[in-house]
Design a binder for this molecule. Structure first.
Ligand SMILES: Nc1nc2c(ncn2[C@@H]2O[C@H](COP(=O)(O)OP(=O)(O)OP(=O)(O)O)[C@@H](O)[C@H]2O)c(=O)[nH]1
Length: 799
């Protein structure tokens, strides 16, 4: 059958680079193979077309067939559309026979070819010699030149596909090929109908091949941290059912709308033949806040930030005041007049920043909020007093924050001062003075006379130098909010400590959930500043609302985005309040140990007497094994306070109370911060529970559910009944039969059950808050006015 496909059209359809192929080149090929055409208008026969086609494809080879089919697969739709023009169809239909003919054409005209090979300059390719216009297309070199982009063969898509499908058969052997060829040559209509059938088969085979190749060329899927099953399916170009099936196979029962995590999704995607890439979702925070590490060469030394801690009345405020007012070594006029929460002084040319809020509460409150702002702690101990409970707390807080401690033995002007005794006591807390061979700097001072304060400041500078504190002033400011309040005239006022970068007037800052522009900046001397570098504390106005003390602040470039981030943070805060995150608890201790997250189990021990505190501490520390070291980071006598809870929260510790109870604030903070508090009355129970928890054998069966608290206001004796506590219910309710414990100064005096509950003369089941009642206890008579009764129920926990 003749095809009306003239030479010039063929030449036009074969592009060479961006140019059309000259008709002459096509004519040359035909001449070379013994079919000299009359002119460029001559329509080509099937056979001639095959020769041209094969010659061109032979001389424009691509690297691998897979790449061609991968393209075909990916561009399946557009390719199909482009292949549609009706004019192309007859030629495509002839594609298979054309190839078959090519063999005979080539063998018939081998001679002609050999002679004419040098006459085909257009067909020459630099990497190929034309000496072997091979008799058939080699199995692995093929077909399409689209890979090289030099020939536009869109029109021949289907033809090429047919060729390739034949090529897949070629692997079956030459004989088969020849057999088919012979059959074809036998010719006739019969062959035509066979041809149709065969073409169908070939197309089917091609489709299968394409599918296979598509599988080999995996779809790349981007998977975020979480993804719904439906979305995953669509990204993998699979059906939802397929994905659900694969999930079930992997033991995950999920429907299309369920959200699965990255790990699960990645396993499924890989199993389904996809190439997985993690989709990194950039949050507003990441976009807005520059968290890149500073390069060493950008860093310059910065002033140390110092906190003053110690027991009540040991002279913290006096020391800070002395430094602030005398401004001893700075020689600057004026002195510091305002209290803004922090100030900076010069010590022989070296600036030192002091947090002007004495005590560890403020310090711990900031740490609890994640602000690590201090570099050095000055521990003030009164020379005439000694180490007191808050001194110990301060030591433990500073140790937990891993900052060096300089001890200032204060009140040295007093005749009763006994620094040696204090140094002796300090050794018990691993603070061994330098003069005794340790590494703790001890400075005897008097905040009243100023004695030794120069030396103390020198030591601070020295300690800071050892730490090589550095920052990069040439970047957007970042730091912490030291104090914040609402001023009637000026609006929100905040003291910021710049920790890195430089804060400029006019900067947009975001601190916690507050955002605003720095309208004005002043230092502790009331001096206006245009900018503040690292370790410089400044008071600023211009925030939209009052930020929280301890909040981190960042200077940012985009105010609109900062406002968006604030909204997001507010939303997250709400969600977090509703669903507090777990910290350390005995229940999940074992899993944390196993997951390698837990190397140290930090414990805070509070007990009723020093002896038991020490005993509990020693016994707990003995539980350390190769995997976990049990560290008692704070051990003291007295009720569990809010400060203990904060320390626990910041150090990831659990609190063990031995014969003591938390006070109301501590209880509330522990619930808020999710700190695990365990109360025991027998040392053995405490040891046993921590030990079993470490072994993962803790099976809590009961938990306490608080009912309420009542205060004993009077005690009277009723014959036949015994001592009756006349009580006022402070909160919650009292309930007959409930468990109770009797506290005296937050020390547990007795625990048992409420035996009877009376309202006037009536025996009642429960009494609510705000009412008075009479309570008797089983087997306990030693009730005193002011005692507190805590009522609770033991509720079974479903394990
Ligand atoms: N003699 C003498 N008295 C001092 C010295 N330092 C402080 N004091 C006195 O000790 C008392 C307590 O001093 P503060 O500076 O208020 O002590 P603090 O540690 O800040 O106390 P709180 O703020 O209550 O925690 C005051 O009456 C001071 O006058 C000192 O070096 N020598």
């Amino acid at each position: 059958m003749m095809i009306k496909y003239p030479i010039h059209k063929v030449a036009k359809d074969f592009k060479k680079g961006s140019k059309e192929l000259p008709s002459k080149e096509v004519m040359d090929i035909l001449t070379q193979y013994g079919h000299p055409p009359k002119n460029h208008m001559q329509p080509l026969t099937d056979q001639e077309l095959s020769i041209v086609f094969e010659y061109l494809t032979q001389h424009n080879q691509i690297d691998s067939i897979e790449s061609v089919y991968a393209d075909v697969y990916h561009d399946a739709k557009p390719a199909a559309k482009q292949a549609a023009p009706a004019a192309a169809k007859p030629q495509q239909a002839k594609a298979a026979p054309a190839q078959q003919h090519s063999q005979s054409a080539q063998s018939n005209h081998a001679q002609a070819h050999n002679k004419g090979q040098q006459q085909a300059p257009a067909a020459k390719q630099p990497q190929q010699t034309v000496t072997q216009p091979t008799s058939r297309i080699p199995a692995k070199k093929v077909v399409d030149t689209r890979g090289g982009g030099s020939v536009n063969l869109d029109k021949y898509d289907e033809r090429l596909e047919s060729f390739t499908s034949e090529k897949t058969q070629d692997r079956g052997g030459k004989q088969k090929f020849q057999g088919r060829n012979a059959q074809r040559q036998r010719g006739g209509k019969q062959a035509g109908s066979f041809g149709n059938k065969r073409r169908q088969e070939e197309q089917d085979r091609l489709r299968r091949l394409q599918l296979e190749i598509a599988k080999k060329a995996p779809v790349k899927v981007m998977i975020p941290d979480e993804i719904s099953v439906g979305e995953l399916a669509s990204r993998m170009k699979k059906t939802g059912a397929e994905v659900v099936k694969c999930l079930i196979k992997n033991g995950v029962m999920a429907s299309l709308s369920d959200v699965i995590d990255y790990d699960t999704a990645a396993i499924i995607a890989e199993e389904m033949g996809c190439k997985v890439e993690k989709e990194v979702v950039v949050t507003i925070e990441e976009k807005l806040i520059d968290t890149t590490e500073d390069k060493e060469e950008d860093l310059v030394p910065r002033a140390p930030v110092v906190v003053v801690m110690g027991h009540v009345d040991h002279g913290k405020t006096s020391l800070l005041d002395y430094i602030r007012h005398a401004n001893v070594v700075s020689g600057e006029a004026g002195g510091i007049t305002q209290h803004i929460g922090a100030y900076q002084v010069n010590v022989k040319g070296s600036p030192v920043t002091f947090l002007d809020t004495p005590g560890h509460e403020a310090f711990t409150a900031m740490r609890a909020r994640g602000a690590m702002i201090t570099d050095v702690a000055i521990l003030v101990v009164a020379a005439d007093d000694g180490i007191m409970p808050q001194t110990v707390e301060s030591i433990n807080h500073a140790k937990a924050a891993e900052i060096p401690i300089i001890v200032a033995i204060n009140k040295m002007d007093k005749p009763t001062a006994n620094p040696d005794r204090i140094m002796q006591q300090l050794t018990e807390y691993e603070l061994v003075p330098e003069e005794w061979g340790g590494d703790t700097i001890i400075c005897p001072i008097s905040a009243k006379t100023g004695q030794g304060i120069d030396n103390l400041l020198d030591m601070v500078v020295l300690t800071a130098e050892m730490r090589e504190l550095k920052a990069n002033p040439n970047r957007a400011a970042h730091g912490a909010v030291i104090e914040a309040r609402l001023d009637k005239g000026r609006g929100p006022v905040a003291t910021l400590l710049v920790q890195n970068g430089t804060l400029h007037q006019g900067d947009v800052i975001i601190a916690g959930t507050a955002v605003g522009r720095v309208r004005a900046m002043t230092d502790a001397r009331g001096k206006k500043l245009a900018e503040a570098g690292p370790s410089v504390p400044v008071e600023i106005i211009g925030m939209g609302e009052v930020p929280g003390a301890g909040d981190e602040f960042h200077a940012v470039a985009d105010e609109r985005m900062a406002r968006e981030l604030v909204e997001q943070r507010k939303h997250e805060q709400k969600a977090a309040a509703a669903n507090p995150v777990g910290k350390v608890s005995l229940e999940d201790l074992f899993s944390q140990i196993q997951a390698g997250e837990m190397k140290n189990l930090n414990i805070i021990v509070k007990a009723d007497v020093q002896g038991s505190a020490e005993a509990v501490k020693a016994s707990l520390e003995k539980l350390s094994n190769e995997e976990v070291r049990v560290r008692v980071i704070h051990c003291a006598v007295g009720a569990i306070s809010e400060s203990d809870v904060m320390l626990a929260s910041t150090s990831g510790a659990i609190i063990v109370g031995f014969n003591v109870r938390p006070d109301a604030n501590a209880k509330e903070s522990a619930a808020r911060m999710n700190v695990d508090m365990r109360m025991y009355r027998v040392i053995y129970d405490a040891i046993n529970e921590v030990e079993t928890a470490m072994k993962g054998m803790l099976t809590p069966k009961f938990k306490e559910v608080d009912l309420g608290r009542a205060e004993v206001r009077s005690v009277f004796k009723i014959t036949g009944v015994g001592m009756v506590a006349g009580c006022y219910v402070l909160d919650g309710k009292m309930q007959r039969g409930a468990q109770m414990r009797l506290l005296r100064d937050n020390i547990v005096i007795y625990d048992g059950a409420i035996a009877s509950l009376q309202r006037f003369k009536d025996s009642v089941k429960e009494v609510a808050a705000g009412y008075e009642c009479g309570i008797t206890f089983e087997k306990f008579q030693d009730i005193k006015e002011g005692d507190i009764i805590e009522a609770f129920l033991m509720e079974q926990i479903q394990v």
